[in-house]
Design a protein around this ligand. Structure first.
Ligand code: 5GP
Ligand code: MN
Ligand code: MN
Length: 331
């Protein structure tokens, strides 16, 4: 099966093999954490020529700039053009791999670790588990099957991945297995309080003021999603510039919006260019937002999905409203 193929692909690597680890564009905690955690494990097991990278500008978002294993990272332009093995983390489709997508063909072997139900099946060996709470769950299982023991650095990366993708163990995918994995990670001696503070609770004061302004313009549309309600807001590049903030601070904005009791669906439009918006969507259950995202060119999970929308904010929102009614689960 694919697990056996994945183990064999790593085990048969010669000592001088070049291994390239890649993850999705605009990497989040799961993309970076699963990739770097796995990379640190591979390095300890003897892989010497090892690079990790992601498409786009080579900047790691501030909340992750302290992770163990950052020294594995190289800019995408410097990544091995034809590695012996490429391992891809947390990407649902090739479109999430930007300029690195060619490595799936140029590499000697292409291994895909992911947990998106919408995964398109790209690559050659597929470790894709839609029930897994995070890609790091899959990465840890592969490390275990490779007999690579956990150490504190690997555990730190995998713990960041697990907590970011489960909303700190709040989301539906938080199974007993997730808590058992968390227990194994914590048993290495890592400090969850320190990690959570660095990842979730450390932002510049300007970000607090920016949130105040952006949340102040949130709107509640009770009729949307066949009466189940939509709450939404948007943040422009000008908002970021005025508050002197980096785009990463807006990643958690959706969490402040989606707590709205009167809406089943929450939506945040983050401007990324002229007439270009990175859209985040969340659902409380009645609506499958991945259906909306896929219909509009993106992807994701049932309760958390996104896409890039073009046009004015109202225009993009109009397209979302039009898709919402048809995305009721069971319809
Ligand atoms: P977030 O709203 O946190 O950026 O993304 C939530 C989920 O939606 C992610 O886990 C990812 O699977 C998916 N997602 C977000 N943006 C995009 C996108 O532009 N394209 C695709 N295919 N998926 C996205
Ligand atoms: Mn991700
Ligand atoms: Mn993920």
């Amino acid at each position: 099966d694919d697990w056996a193929a994945a183990v064999a692909a790593v085990r048969r690597l010669p000592a001088d093999a070049r291994v390239l680890l890649i993850c999705h564009v605009n990497p989040d905690g799961d993309a970076l954490g699963s990739m770097l955690g796995f990379g640190l494990g591979l390095r300890r097991s003897g892989v010497r020529r090892l690079q990790a990278t992601f498409p786009g500008p080579p900047e790691v978002p501030e909340p992750f700039r302290w992770l163990p294993g950052l020294d594995l990272l190289v800019p995408a332009v410097e990544a091995y053009p034809d590695p012996d093995l490429v391992v891809c983390f947390d990407a649902a489709s090739e479109s999430r791999l930007g300029e690195l997508v060619d490595r799936l063909d140029t590499a000697g072997e292409a291994l895909v670790l992911d947990h998106h139900a919408s995964n398109t099946g790209f690559g050659r060996i597929h470790l894709v588990d839609p029930r897994a709470a995070a890609t790091s769950v899959v990465a840890e299982e592969l490390l275990a099957r490779l007999d690579v023991p956990l150490d504190a650095d690997t555990a730190t990366c995998l713990y960041v991945a697990l907590t970011t993708d489960t909303g700190s163990f709040r989301f539906e995918a938080t199974t007993p297995a997730v808590h058992q994995l968390a227990a194994r990670l914590l048993a290495t001696g890592i400090r969850p309080g320190d990690i959570s503070r660095r990842v979730f609770d450390t932002r510049p004061f300007g970000a607090v003021r920016l949130f105040g302004e952006v949340l102040g313009r949130a709107r509640l549309d009770r009729a949307a999603a066949a009466g189940r309600g939509l709450v939404w807001t948007y943040a422009t590049l000008d908002d970021l510039a005025r508050h002197e903030q980096q785009p990463y601070v807006l990643e958690s904005l959706i969490d402040s919006v989606r707590c709205t009791a009167e809406a089943d669906v929450a939506c945040v439009l983050k401007q990324v260019g002229v007439d270009e918006w990175a859209v985040s969507m969340r659902s409380k259950g009645a609506v499958d937002v991945s259906r909306v995202a896929i219909a509009l060119g993106g992807g994701g999970h049932r309760f958390a999905a996104g896409f890039t929308g073009r046009g004015g904010a109202q225009e993009v929102l109009g397209r979302i409203r039009a898709e919402l009614d048809g995305a009721l689960t069971g319809s």
